[in-house]
Design a protein around this ligand. Sequence first.
Ligand SMILES: Nc1ncnc2c1ncn2[C@@H]1O[C@H](COP(=O)(O)OP(=O)(O)OP(=O)(O)O)[C@@H](O)[C@H]1O
Ligand SMILES: [Mg+2]
Length: 255
Amino acid sequence: MDYLTFEKVTKRFGDVSVVSESSLAIARNSLVVFLGPSGCGKTTLMRMAGGLDTPTTGTIRLGGEAIAGPDRRRGMVFQSYSSFPWLTVEGNIAFGMRYRDDLHAHQRAERVAHYLKLIGLEDFSKSFPNRISGGMRQRVAIARSLAAGSDVLLMDEPFGALDALTRERLQVELRQIQAEEKKTIIFVTHDVEEAVFLADRIILFSARPARVIKDIIVTKILGATRTLAARESQEFFKLRNEVLHLIRKEAETVR
Ligand SMILES: Nc1ncnc2c1ncn2[C@@H]1O[C@H](COP(=O)(O)OP(=O)(O)OP(=O)(O)O)[C@@H](O)[C@H]1O
Ligand SMILES: [Mg+2]
């Protein structure tokens, strides 16, 4: 079922067209990767989905309702570590629930414990962000969005600053978290391998102004379970190469 929909969305900043008319329907509980050349308008699309910016024309809807501003149902995780240095790991996770008047203190504590366990940081609950690794900090940012009650995670290059092995590990974990927590995720990256490994579906965007140039249902090709072994398979490389060619061709058009 379509859950998050972009309906004839365009975006201009003054004279500059950043998103040309784009329509897109994203199913609930799917992990969709937005892939496109640098500067094509991916962050702009995410900010509009997050309600931080508005389309020039067209509408973005969540569950049929037009998005009018930020909402706890849509959590955002960015590349730069967005944890609060003066709060502990558990404090950062609890911070996501600050507007949840519907939760009692014991429910908050249960949720913090649940998400700490999910991200495997039980032993670091009292640590401050500057004492944990970058990968751990991004786990905390994910847990904070989940604890807040987000149905949709909007992730803008969240693993961009991590080393290759940590990144790979977080990719595996993110797919597990998504399967367990049943979330709808839009994940922006310009790393083709990351896109192919993570995605149920890849939306490939053109150079600016962004428009959809290819819609790839990855689950049809690679199935739904991804292991690190699957990353070395023929099918994986074939798809990776196809996508790489498409995006290279697109990036060349702007030179
Ligand atoms: N607030 C703004 N005012 C004016 N121009 C903007 C604004 N935000 C973005 N732009 C322009 O819109 C274009 C797309 O930017 P955006 O950040 O969405 O691209 P991106 O695909 O996320 O790029 P990257 O891959 O480098 O993160 C850029 O040319 C940028 O300069
Ligand atoms: Mg960006």
